[in-house]
Design a protein around this ligand. Structure first.
Ligand SMILES: C[S@@+](CC[C@H](N)C(=O)[O-])C[C@H]1O[C@@H](n2cnc3c(N)ncnc32)[C@H](O)[C@@H]1O
Length: 194
């Protein structure tokens, strides 16, 4: 269902956004919450990615589509990798879905080498009060229907989690409660204070 529902948006705009973001991936790459592998066709040639996905239905669909890829079962809150083991971590529409975004961000930081890059595409908490109100009211129902929260202040979590927002573009591609979205890169550096 996920691929079917997302197909029109992928073709209209998301595919291009994914490609623009993922061309910044370098070195050893971990993608968390990889779903059915929507990002895989958009990585630059030669990049090898470890795809972490907790849900067996998503994983199996992804494995069917991309049999050569390396899939790992696991959750963002408890990444099954040693410290400093990746140069790039990727999450697209995932920090809205994880149970504990602060812990997940801490784990992303832990497994990234310093300096490392976190590439993200997420829908986030709106700035306008009226939109926040719509998001807060609809979040429980949205969680039930789609499995994610539409009111997460993800950029704030990243800032507080010791990431420096290197690039960010705020987009309005959908309607409340799913606006706005943000695509960007955050870096860890030896000079950051957590
Ligand atoms: C909206 S889908 C996005 C899938 C894919 N990243 C994409 O861009 O199409 C959210 C994904 O996050 C995964 N997810 C949910 N909770 C998670 C967690 N705690 N850790 C890692 N991934 C999680 C879901 O199983 C699902 O694959």
């Amino acid at each position: 269902m996920y691929d079917l529902l997302m197909g029109p948006a992928e073709r209209a705009v998301l595919g291009k956004l994914r490609r623009g973001l993922l061309r910044k991936a370098t070195g050893r790459v971990l993608e968390i919450g990889a779903g059915t592998g929507a990002n895989l066709p958009h990585y630059p040639p030669g990049i090898r990615v470890v795809l972490l996905e907790p849900d067996p239905a998503y994983r199996n669909r992804g494995k069917g589509k991309f049999p050569g890829a390396r899939w790992v079962e696991g959750r963002g809150e408890n990444l099954p990798f040693p410290d400093n083991s990746f140069d790039t971590v990727v999450a697209t529409f995932v920090l809205c879905s994880v149970e504990d975004p602060r812990r997940t961000i801490g784990e992303i930081r832990r497994v990234l080498r310093s300096p490392g890059k976190f590439l993200f595409l997420e829908h986030i908490r709106a700035e306008a009060r009226w939109e926040q109100r719509i998001q807060d009211l609809s979040s429980p129902l949205w969680q039930l229907l789609a499995g994610c929260r539409c009111n997460r202040p993800t950029l704030e979590f990243l800032n507080r989690g010791g990431f420096y927002l290197e690039e960010k573009q705020i987009l309005h591609l959908a309607m409340p409660p799913l606006n706005p979205q943000v695509v960007g890169t955050a870096i860890t550096s030896a000079y950051d204070t957590p």
